[in-house]
Write a protein that binds this ligand. Structure first.
Ligand code: 1GP
Length: 245
């Protein structure tokens, strides 16, 4: 249904928005209804994952509810091999490049790879790097955070991701970050790579989303906003419209 190449191609034509749902943050039926609203608002995919998951069942139930309520592709955003689901369409086969723990860099991937092969979900390779403040993902992921203003290191990671042959580069400040990755860091990274640049963490308004897209983000991820917003359809539509402008 969904090919990494198609997504990359789409993101070259227009800026995309992905909705991140953490199975630990709401019941599956609520995740299903959020996904439906995200689809109506124009989001392009739902990412499912989080740093505090307990069971695969939790992921399965959330993915199933999303699939029952929307036609959006579901891409897993796993924190480990245990949190894969055969009901998803794809998985960000991502390496947390600035983790000190080899599990998040490659060892969990070795454990999860056979599941990916036999379940038929599509692996989409991605370099994943966390910038200050990093929040829970930074702590759980045992990350040597990239300093907010260390653009050289961020560009180095982005180039290394591309040279390693990965298809996407995800730079994020951590879910719920008080401030997102800076415009300057985004624009310098974007200038240096050809693969799509995904930006997330702390993006909660159309104004900020637009700023990040203008700076060079090809794909904007929002998570917390989906859990908090009362008038989600309008808020998300505004974000999506603002990045497409
Ligand atoms: C987490 O960047 C995402 O990987 C989402 O962050 O929850 O702050 O939108 P927010």
């Amino acid at each position: 249904m969904l090919m990494a190449k198609d997504l990359a191609k789409m993101s070259k034509k227009k800026k995309l928005h992905f909705s991140l749902l953490d199975p630990d943050k709401q019941k599956p039926d609520v995740a299903g209804s959020i996904a439906k609203t995200a689809e109506e608002a124009g989001s392009s995919a739902v990412m499912v994952g989080g740093s505090t998951l307990i069971s695969q069942e939790q992921v399965d139930e959330t993915v199933k509810a999303i699939k029952d309520n929307s036609k959006l592709p579901v891409i897993l955003f796993p924190s480990g091999a245990k949190f894969l689901s055969k009901y998803a369409d794809a998985v960000f086969f991502m390496s947390l490049l600035n983790s000190r723990n080899l599990g998040y860099v490659i060892r969990e991937h070795v454990k999860g790879a056979p599941f990916v092969k036999y379940s038929g979900i599509e692996p989409i390779s991605m370099g994943y790097v966390i910038v200050e403040p990093g929040m829970t993902a930074g702590k759980v992921g045992e990350v040597d955070l990239v300093k907010k203003d260390d653009i050289e290191t961020a560009v180095g990671y982005a180039l290394a991701t591309q040279y390693l042959g990965m298809d996407f580069f995800y730079l994020e400040a951590g879910s719920g970050a008080p401030s997102p990755v800076s415009d300057k860091m985004i624009s310098e990274v974007k200038k240096n790579i050809d693969i799509p640049l995904v930006i997330g963490g702390g993006i909660r308004s159309a104004k900020v989303a637009k700023e990040k897209a203008k700076a060079g983000a090809d794909i904007i991820v929002t998570g917390t906003k989906l859990e908090e917003e009362k008038n989600l359809k309008k808020a998300l539509s505004d974000i999506i419209k603002s990045i497409e402008e």
